[in-house]
Design a protein around this ligand. Structure first.
Ligand SMILES: Nc1ncnc2c1ncn2[C@@H]1O[C@H](COP(=O)(O)OP(=O)(O)O)[C@@H](O)[C@H]1O
Ligand SMILES: [Mg+2]
Length: 309
């Protein structure tokens, strides 16, 4: 289990991470979402033991990142947002090197390398030179290198950045696989749709504050005190929006085009039916009336102000 408690990092006056707390269980794939500068990398680097927190701590399976960084390091695989690969090194040599650093016994290294190559779908590239691989393959190789010591926690900082759609899809499948193997996976991204569909837990961070944390559907539900109704009119969208503003439970109403009106509505379904009745009896030509599906992207935009330090 990963338990992050009040983790904080301050650079002078700038609070990069402002007392972040959350808990993850084996098998959790956690999407850590935030704009550039929100504090994702700083949080991940603290958990990885590479950066000392100003306050707070985290424990991984009981080992404390501040008091016992070596024990923690042996249980984590960390893929930084910018990683370097070595030239003139073959894929298997590269992995062998990291396996030796992680003290994988020499007698086991061959099997370990074969296993991680298979998992990352790089078996055919075993004898290829690292610099000859495509960007997507290099990314998977970097992930393979993080797996040689069978870590309990993977910290992947913006792993999908710079990948083409196919490489991205392959990476997603691989990350899902790692979750199924019972690892805790933390994946950060500033591009929300990238994470929404394969993480079971998400966190939204802005300016160092964790604004929301939990299962995807819970976050989507929790952030909505109102529902968004979408109305289509034959004409008079503007006039109908103005009219609705005076009706009960209408928090906001705005015509977004000649024929479309978006309504923030705080009432229940009975009251929603009433709203339609009012409109029709007033003579507005309503041709469509539906509730907008709330999704994670919508929640993200609601919770964050778009401010970056
Ligand atoms: N070494 C540092 N010194 C001073 N400020 C830093 C340092 N590292 C990061 N920051 C600042 O901390 C904030 C969070 O940065 P970061 O964690 O890299 O965000 P993200 O990874 O979400 O883009 C930013 O405002 C950034 O400029
Ligand atoms: Mg970052």
């Amino acid at each position: 289990m990963l338990e992050v408690r009040n983790l904080r990092k301050q650079y002078g006056d700038l609070v990069a991470v402002n007392g972040v707390s959350f808990c993850l269980q084996p098998g959790d794939v956690f999407g850590f979402i935030g704009s550039n500068g929100a504090g994702k990398t700083t949080t991940i680097r603290m958990i990885s033991t590479l950066l000392e927190p100003t306050a707070g701590t985290a424990t991984l399976n009981g080992a404390d990142i501040v008091k016992d960084p070596l024990a923690v390091r042996s249980m984590i695989g960390y893929m930084p947002d910018f990683f370097g690969l070595y030239d003139d090194v073959k894929v298997w040599e590269y992995l062998d090197f990291f396996a030796s650093i992680y003290r994988v016994p020499r007698s086991q290294r061959g099997d370990v390398i074969d296993n991680v190559l298979q998992l990352t779908d790089l078996t055919v590239k075993k004898d290829a030179f690292v610099q000859s691989l495509s960007r997507g393959m290099q990314q998977r190789l970097c992930l393979a290198r993080c797996l040689v010591h069978d870590p309990a926690l993977l910290l992947l900082d913006e792993p999908a950045s710079g990948l083409d759609p196919r490489a991205r899809a392959e990476l997603k499948a691989l990350i899902g696989e790692l979750g199924k193997m019972g690892k805790i996976v933390v994946v950060s991204s500033h591009i929300l749709p990238e994470l929404a569909d394969f993480c079971n837990t998400v966190g939204i961070i802005e300016r160092g504050d964790l604004l929301a944390f939990g299962p995807v559907d819970q976050i989507v539900k929790g952030a909505h005190t109102t529902r968004v109704l979408e109305l289509r009119l034959l004409r008079e969208a503007n006039a109908s929006a103005r009219f609705m503003l005076d009706l009960p439970h209408v928090v906001a109403a705005q015509a977004t085009s000649e024929s479309l009106v978006c309504v923030d509505f705080s009432g229940d379904y009975e009251q929603q039916a009433e709203l339609l009745k009012h409109l029709v009896s007033e003579g507005f030509p309503v041709i469509g009336f539906r509730e907008q599906e709330a999704d994670l992207e919508d929640v993200f935009l609601r919770l964050t102000t778009g401010a970056v330090q």
